[in-house]
Design a protein around this ligand. Structure first.
Ligand SMILES: [Cu+2]
Length: 172
């Protein structure tokens, strides 16, 4: 009985890991959540590159059945670069993507943190904020000055207006 309660508590924690994220206003303050003119991960020189295809999650709201795209993570001497390329999003919609520490089979699990005891915002985590165009496409790159270890496993995207909904996941 005690074990059951513990298991339920863990499930509840995992399920709400993203819902509790405060949403930062775009372009305000120094927090880096993406730069469309940054060098994309797949062309960063002398990097170790990992690329994964997005899969739509069961928790996705309606309207994402045709989503496709990739997430690329480059580990290099100057840090980490992450690039998302997506099509089939709802048009003109704002999204936030987080690097997560789990596989897509567990919907990404918890957020990846450089310092496990540190805060839940960049630069201790890797977040991207972007808006889809009128055709439902989006491309964004974010850079972080620390080099991510193998704990950076996946990228999960959420609509900004529905942060507890996980739309899609890609494994690096
Ligand atoms: Cu997330």
């Amino acid at each position: 009985m005690r074990r059951q309660i513990t298991a339920l508590a863990i499930v509840a924690l995992v399920a709400t890991a993203c819902a509790s994220d405060p949403v930062q206003p775009a372009g305000v303050g120094a927090m880096n959540m993406g730069d469309p003119s940054a060098t994309p991960a797949n062309v960063v020189p002398n990097a170790e590159l990992a690329v994964g295809a997005f899969e739509v999650l069961e928790t996705a709201p309606a309207g994402y059945g045709r989503l496709s795209g990739t997430a690329a993570l480059a580990r290099h001497a100057n840090g980490t670069t992450v690039t998302v390329e997506l099509a089939g999003l709802l048009p003109a919609t704002e999204f936030i993507a987080h690097v997560h520490g789990g596989d897509c089979g567990e919907a990404g699990g918890d957020h990846f943190k450089f310092d496990a005891s540190g805060g839940d915002m960049p630069p201790n985590e890797i977040h991207l904020r972007f808006t889809s165009d009128s055709a439902g496409a989006a491309v964004m790159t974010v850079e972080n000055s620390a080099t991510a270890g193998t704990g950076a496993r996946s990228l999960v995207i959420h609509p900004v207006t529905l942060m507890d909904a996980k739309v899609a996941c890609a494994e690096f």
